[in-house]
Design a protein around this ligand. Structure first.
Ligand SMILES: Nc1nc2c(c(=O)[nH]1)N[C@H]1C(S)=C(S)[C@@H](COP(=O)(O)O)O[C@H]1N2
Ligand SMILES: [Mo]
Length: 206
């Protein structure tokens, strides 16, 4: 993921079979955008929405919807990989990178440690902080040029495209910094603590 704009022309000239080297083992391509949610799509009131970075039970930083949207924005085009075996290429997102959030909060990215994502509806998932910084993750609010649909996590979701897509928490409301790794919703049910699609880390022990 980088801040560099991706040329539509270049993507358009890519040969149809040129994507196979981009599909991790055990995955197949889809062109639609499946919806996978463990519960109902929460109804979100943007006037009450806020996004927070938290540690030890208190906010380190907090942004309202308008404050969040006023932060520097990042556009990315990335491939996404769901553990249920679908992959989708060249998905286009706009949002606020985790680097930008940390800088806006006056925080340097902690060199070690983990993040626990907390979402409307109660979903959680864990990701090492090193996998969220350095341009590797964002809180996305726009998909393919349009406001992110509620079913896909709107108004805003985490996007960590280099890990299986269950790590990309929909309706995310806070990132909690934790010292030691803890399992989130699917991880407690036997899914992998890390979830690298290229190493097929689907389940605990993979
Ligand atoms: N809050 C929340 N985030 C979530 C989920 C969920 O059930 N709740 N499902 C995860 C899973 S398993 C996947 S594959 C992706 C699916 O995102 P999509 O519905 O936009 O395809 O969201 C992830 N993020
Ligand atoms: Mo998933």
């Amino acid at each position: 993921m980088s801040d560099a704009p991706i040329s539509r022309g270049f993507l358009g000239r890519r040969r149809p079979d040129a994507g196979s080297a981009r599909i991790p083992p055990g995955q197949h391509l889809v062109t639609d955008f499946p919806i996978l949610s463990a519960g109902p799509t929460p109804r979100v009131d943007l006037t009450r929405w806020a996004f927070a970075l938290r540690k030890d039970g208190h906010d380190l930083a907090r942004w309202t919807w308008s404050e969040f949207n006023a932060l520097p924005q990042t556009d990315v085009t990335v491939d996404i990989h769901c553990v249920t075996t679908w992959s989708k290429l060249d998905t286009k997102w706009r949002g606020v990178s985790i680097d930008t959030l940390l800088a806006a909060a006056g925080l340097e990215a902690p060199p070690t440690g983990f993040a626990m994502m907390h979402c409307d509806g109660g979903y959680t998932t864990n990701v090492p902080l090193a996998d969220m910084t350095g341009g590797k993750a964002m809180v996305a609010h726009t998909y393919d040029g349009k406001p992110l649909e509620p079913a896909h996590g709107g108004p805003a979701r985490l996007l960590v495209p280099h890990l299986y897509f269950w790590k990309s928490a929909k309706w995310v409301r806070s990132i909690e910094f934790i010292e030691t790794d803890q399992p989130g919703f699917w991880e407690q049910l036997g899914y992998n603590m890390y979830g690298d699609p290229w190493r097929e880390q689907r389940y605990a022990g993979d």
